[in-house]
Structures are given as C-alpha cells and as structure tokens.
Design a protein around this ligand. Sequence first.
Ligand code: BAL
Ligand code: ZN
Length: 873
Amino acid sequence: PQPVYLSDYQPPAYRVTHTELTFDLDPAATRVKARLLMERHSEAAPDAPLVLNGEHLKLISLAIDATPLDAAAYELDDEGLRIAQVPERFVLESEVEIAPQENTALEGLYQSNAMYCTQCEAEGFRRITFYPDRPDVMATFKVTVIGDQQHEPILLANGNPIERGELEGGRHFVTWEDPHPKPCYLFALVAGNLHSVEDHFTTMSGRDVTLQIWVEKENLDKTEHAMASLKRAMAWDEQAYGREYDLDLFMIVAVNDFNMGAMENKGLNIFNSAAVLTHPQTATDAAFQNVEGIVAHEYFHNWSGNRVTCRDWFQLSLKEGFTVFRDQCFSADTNSAPVKRIQDVSFFRTAQFAEDAGPTAHPIRPDHYIEITNFYTLTIYEKGAEVVRMLRNLVGEESFRRGSDLYFERFDGQAVTIEDFVGCMADASGEDFSQFMRWYSQAGTPDIDAHGEYDYVQGEYHLTLRQRTPATPGQPDKLPLHIPVRMGLVGTKSGQDLTLTLNGEKIGKDAVIHLREDEQTFVFTDVAEAPVPSLLREFSAPVKLHYPYSREDLAFLLTHDSDGFNRWDAGQRLALLALDDLIAAHRNGVEKVMDSRVVDAFKALLNGPMNDKAVLAEMLTLPSEAYIAEQQPIVDVDAIHAAREFVRQSLAMALRDEFLAIYEANMSDEAYAPTPEQIAQRSLKNVALAYLMSIEDEQGLALCEAQFAADHNMTDVRQALTLLVHSDRDDLASPALKAFGEKWAHDPLVMDQWFTVQVSRPQPDVLERVKYLMQHPAFSLKNPNRVRALVGAFAQNRVNFHRLDGLGYQLLADVVIELNRLNPEIAARLITPLTRWQRFDETRQALMRSELERIKAQPLSSNVYEVVEKALA
Ligand code: BAL
Ligand code: ZN
C-alpha cells in the first residue's frame, strides 16, 4: 500500500452541490441509486477527469445527464471509477449493489443484529456508492430509504423527514432532507425495529428541537442519563460557545456492533451501545460519566466538525482535538473539575506518552499515512486537546472565546485547516503563534529538566528550564517549542504561594511563564523565604517535567500546594520514588522496606478534612502499573507488580482501621444517582475496600461479599466482584462469577464486564481462562466490544500478557491474524501492546518481535500492514 502525503493535497477537480440517494434495503443485495449534481472547480483544467472513490461495489448502471455510459467511457478498479471526460456541470447517476450482511469491517452500510446502520468516517462512504469521498466536498443531501415494513419499521437518515409512504410487497419508504451542506463522512442511515424515547429542548433563540434516542426495545429503560446529558450539553454549548443547534430534530441511535465509541453524523448520531446505554443496575459510575462525555462530544461536533469541517484527513485533530477539549471542559463544569483533570492527565501520561515514545509516534498533524483509521489516536485526540488547552492558557478565556466565535463565523460551511483555527486565535488575541505551530508538526513528548536555586542574600529564586524533545520515527532533530508553564512558588515557612516578581513586574501568585528557548533561566526577585516550586500546574503543557524534588519537598507540596492537581501529583511522585526503591529491591533480591513517609502522607490524608471525597479517592490511588512502567528505562513487569502490591499491602496493614472507618462512613442505602456527591462517596468507599481486600482482611472480605450480595448498583457490584475475582479466594469468587454471569447472560454490556473482570486478574491461570472464554458461546470476534472486553483487556493485564514463555503475545497475534480478515480497523488497534516491544528486556523484545514478524508474513490489510511495518522498522 502507498502512503498519502499532506504535501500532495490538491483541491477537488469536481464538487458535488447536491446528493440524492435511494436505498432499497436487502441484507445480501441492497441497491443504492445516486443522483449527484456536480460541477468543475473553477481552477481545474477543462479536461480534468472525474475520479470517484468506490470499493466493494457492484456497478449496475452509470449515466451522465441521463445518457447511459458505455464501458469504454470509464475505467473501473478496486478503488473506484475514472471518467475521462465530463461537462463543466452535469448530473451523474449511478446504481450499485452492496451486501450489508457480508460487511464485517463495519465500515459503510452493515448489519448489527437485525438492524442496518452505517459508519462513514473516515472513508466508509466509498463502500456505499461511487463518490468523491473526501471531506472538502460538501453537498446538501436528500435520501430515500426503502425497507420491509415488518423488519424495518423505522427508517432514519440525516436531517428532517419530508415524505413517507407504503410500497408494494409489504415495503415502505421515508425520505429525509438535510439542508446543511456536509461531507459524505457525515452521512448516516439506520433501519430496523427500533423504539425511541423522546424529549425536547428549547434553544436560546426559542426554537423547539425534538430529541430522540432510538434503541432496541429491551433497552428503553437505559436512555434517561444519555438524554439528560444531551440536554445539558446543548445548554452548555450555547452558554460556553454561543452555539445553537440548527435542525428541528436530533437523533441518537444505539448499535451493538460498532468500531468506535460514537459518530457525529449530522442530526443522526450513531453510538456504540456502550457509549449511550446506562442503568444503575448495569452501568458503573465510570460508564455513566463516559456516556455523558461522549454524548456531549458528539453533540459538540455539530459545530466543531460538521458546520466547520476538515479540509483533508491530515487535519483530523482540528475537529477532534478541539471537540475533546470542549467535552473535557463540559464534564469538568458538570462534575468535579479537579477529578476530571486528574483522570484525564493520568490516562494521558500513561497512554499518550507511550504512543509518543513508540514506533507509531506521529505529530498531531501527520504528514503522511497509509490508512487514516490508524490515526484515530490518543495523539490526534488527546494531545490535540492539550494543544487547544495551551492556546486557551496563552490567550486567556476571553480571547479564546472571541477566537472561537471568529472561527465559526469565518468558516461556517467550509472545510478548513489547523492554520485557519490558530489564525483566528491569533487574530482575536494579537499573539504570534508561529513557534507554537511546531506542536502540530513535531511528534514526541518534550522533556523539561527544571532546576531551582534560592539565593538567601539577594532574595532571588533562579529557575532554569531546559527542554528537549526526543527523536521520533522520521524526525531525528527537534526544534524548541513554545511551552506555557503555569507555576507558583510555595514558601516553606508560610506554606503559602509567594507573590511572583519577574523582570521587575509583579505577575501574581500563580502565573504562566513562557519557555521558548532550549534553555531559559527565570529570575524571580523579592522572594522573602525559601520556596518549593510548584511547576506545570493543572498540567499546563503535555510534557514530562523533571525536577529533583526531595521526598520532604513532595510531602510539603502534598499538603500545601494551592493547586489541587499538583497536590495530587506530588503524592504520585512521592509514591513513585518509594516504588523505585522497591522495584530495585525486588530485582536485587533484597528485602523490601516500606517508606514511612508514604505511610505518613496517606495517614495524614485519611485523618485530614474530607471536604472533597472525589479528590481524596484519587489521592489514595497509587500510580497504575502502566504508569510506573512509563517511568522505568526497561520495564520489569514482575518487579513493578510486586513493588506496587507491596506498597498497597503495607498501606493496608498500617492503615487498616482508617480504611475500615472510611468504608463504613461512606456506606449508603440511598437510591442510586450519578451525582458528583454520590460518585465521590462510592469511589472513596471502594478505594478503601480495595486496600482491605489487598490483605484479605477478614472484615474486608465480609464487607466485600456483603456489597456484592446487596446488589445495590453496578458500581458497587462490579468493584466487589473484581476484588473477589482478583483475590486468591476462588472459593468466594467462583460462585459470585457464576451468579453474575447467569443473571446478566441477556445483557451484552454487562457480559462485557464479566469477561473483563476475569481476564484482568493477576493470577497466572489467566491465559488458559482467555482461551476458554474465547470458546464461550457469548464470545464473537465479530463484535468489537467483546473483542476489547476479552482480548483487549487481557493485553492490558501486564503480568499475564507479558509472560516469559511468550504465550500471551502469541495469543494476541493469533487473534490479530484472524481479525485482520474480518475487521482490519479493530485488528490494527489490537496490535498496540506488541508495538511497545522496545521498552522491555531482551527476552521479551525477541518474543514480541517474532510475533510481529509472524503477523507481517500473512496477507495483510493496509491497516494492519501499516502498524506492523512501523513497529518493526
Ligand atoms: N469522529 C469519530 C468519532 C468521534 O470522535 O466523535
Ligand atoms: Zn470526535
């Protein structure tokens, strides 16, 4: 497969101004008629050929201006259709046949259970009809869907329904019209036996919008939270960004088989059922929060993505980075803002940093790709969001809002670039972002080495920051970035933020300094007492900050930093220092000794004020094994696991009574609600229970069993089940698993949890369990959620996936090879853990590489080929 290059971008020679489609649905032979009003681009040559994308399509007929084309007039291959000569303006009519039931890739039109649905982003529309399948071709759409009245009583597409009627043979049709020009990746169609819940939203200009969530009948009781989230998101986007919804109808559909989380099709969002359905008995707090965030994210795309879209797929982060940033701010406003930031950064520093340091590292705006679906990555999404956040931090809230207003106004209805977005921020603020633009083109996570010195005599604090971005594939040399470092100096005597005076100017107690050079020294004057620096507050830039903090410094920041995020981070750094010692002790076969400073810090937290339980729960949570691994030069999975378990158990033994007291103080019989208060209470209680269960404390075990048996809500049940299954008490775990599996056999989303709980346990029998569960009647490689819940979760089980006999790697490779034929997009994603081979010891490196070689030797989809080829380069 050949890469596509950003530098080769050319505007389309022909555009489509209006698209009419008719679908006559049939599982094996759906007929799609397309009628496209097309015109030549003013700058295209008069003899420019018309090139249309089309894959897996059986061409039935083709005509221009009602004249059928004979076979000599066009060239047809696996990728599309080329017509050598066309008029300046013309109507292109085509009819094709497709087979939704054969479509296991879940791109284009496919079947999920008995319903029809579509996924067109990024390049799925070319599996529906011949079309210029690129985001810079925007057309209005009119779509008629014909289906069987019994099997498909509901026929949905984008926009507003304008006509419906009955046809012969028990068939019927609905015609939909979408007046907003859109690229074809936002096209959607859904047909099936669906039921809806309906609500209304009055927009800021007083228009009534009908809101519908379409689901299979048994899921009608799982839509309330998504609907409430949607209404909150609509109101928030009006208030925070001045964005009003623009159609009379907004629909969400839940689908079981879906590659992504959800899709922002105009007026008809299609969701993975996992990202929309919730019920207190079936979904955890985390799932409730996830649904809220994704519903908001897809809704926000209506402006950041749909009204203003991307010129080409290299600009993907233009819509995704901005929209993730928007959904992060929404969730922060709706829930606990510090916890949202802690959780986002915690995930980011673990997973995106790993991506940015590995063989598939790429800039936020890549300069080439083979398969664009491989670029729906943490870098494009999450690092893209961090870069938008930096922009806001650099220009301030007011200018940022002016910049976004300008962006939506200037580019409404257009397909644009990242420069267009940043240009609006520059115009609105007067700032110069030329150096900042490097964030979009340079891959890799910058390291910042910080060093501080206090001069008692002069009352000065000298802070030196040195930045270096490591080489990444194809980018050996990096230039310095413009990095906003939000900071404070915390006085060691007063315990307070000191006023910062830089270059003779007072800049407040909490300020952003700008690092632009490879190395810069900032001299703060009038510093009356020795400070401990609090750097990169709220994670003001996506960088790795290294500062030689002593454990005393960290214990001090843990209690005195005015920035909640950095208080949490100080605790994480303190735990990491202790974990480092224990990892070394484990490797050297030396007796492990617990650092009493960590115990003291945790004790102080447990005995301190409990005014923010959600933050406290985060502070009591140790860095994950994956994050600890990120800090190690060579990852020793066993030593990391042993060290972390040792810390958990030492804390549990030393603070048993405190954890017990916390557990008991936070038990509640209140009816479940996904409110920040209840969620905080449950997380604190369940963190305490996990500590008690780490030492299999008798009272803890009894509480855990009782929590499982009480069956109050899925958050508590899932935590109790996980703790039982992950303990050595199989006598208690087995009956619990059995009961849970039987009770929820009918509910795929709960069964996903049942699979995950079992394959994430640390005991060495997991590989056999995975193999056994892959034979379970409820397992199917065709369902992405199930693959993620079983195989994906196993690959996150660090001690078991990285077994020294290589059988964990082998199992993953076997699945990738099989899935490559069925669903290349999911297969390519599943390889990720194997691509991190450089981080491990030589034995594991060789084992992982040999599995990658084995995959590479197969006939591969371009998706899997691209990932494996990079991983082995
Ligand atoms: N555009 C793909 C799904 C999402 O990011 O919203
Ligand atoms: Zn998105």
